[in-house]
Design a binder for this molecule. Sequence first.
Ligand code: UFG
Length: 335
Amino acid sequence: MANVLVTGGAGYIGSHAVKALHAAGHQVTVYDNFSAGHREAARFAHSVVDGDIHDTDRLRRALRDHACESVMHFAAWLSVGESVRDPAGYYRNNVLGALAVLDAMVAEQVHSLVFSSTAAVFGNPVETPITEDHPKQPINSYGETKLAIERALPHYERAYGVRAVVLRYFNASGADPDGELGEDHSPELHLIPRAIDAALGRDTFQIFGEDYETPDGTCLRDYIHVTDLADAHILAMDSLRSGGQSATYNLGNGRPTSVREIVDAVARVTGTPVPLTVGPRREGDPAVLFASSDRIRRALGWKPRYEDVDTIVRTAWAWRKDRPSGYRTPQGTAR
Ligand code: UFG
């Protein structure tokens, strides 16, 4: 079993990965500054360090104190729209922050990294499904910053021996099927929680554009359950621990699902129609994004357990119904 440092382990995807690591018998140290994460979400960690990823000394101490041999790096900013308005923040957090994590790893001779990347590295797809080798032409600074680190990693491997598995998430969604963890962003910008909130009468909901060249005019995306993402992280880390090579994998279900289809699923699952308006397109939204995940299926034997859209929505709904205000510790609560 491994001692693992998980940056951003109190966030949405990170916390689900921590739970999966814990269930697999690993000892997890969550390293988080709680600017966006929730203390309660780190409940499956063996220990929690309040720290910022820019603080290399603190990172080094955490790696040393907990004898970590692997790192999963989730801590990053993740909103496409915000990245257009504040590229400086995205370069600072996602590039400088990740480099600080790598510096600490190199200094402490920790040579195994699972790195969170995104479908945003591809930009507007030129062909679908999107394979790992699809051209990378990000159309926002979020995608650029993740791609910058992807491109740095082979150099870090050659010079310092850090091996890395890069996981490019498509649309992370759903919640822990046990109801212990879920999605709690503020503001919440993602489709499924927003549509659920509208069904619950808590918020208004708008479809961003119905004039795309898709069967029903709304955007097609590839929704992947957060627990399936978490499973992929364990497989990725295990492959590195058993001497496997560095690799990059796309993670999606490979099923294009439209915004309208998600809204219909929310209505089915909640038993309530989703009140909505149709608005203009959102800037920066590609019409169609869906993955080929054949490579990780073949190489690591990854297989999604919750690929059905209604199942994904059902877990998200169960969490939001149970936790109308999300976690008890609000986002940004440092202690
Ligand atoms: N949408 C709406 N109304 C809403 C929210 C979303 O119609 O209130 C639509 C969007 O326009 C999009 C789809 O629902 O067509 C999904 O939107 P999300 O905001 O849930 O997710 P994105 O596809 O924009 O973002 C995801 C990941 C990002 C990644 C991006 C790549 O969350 O990390 O894909 O484009 F960068």
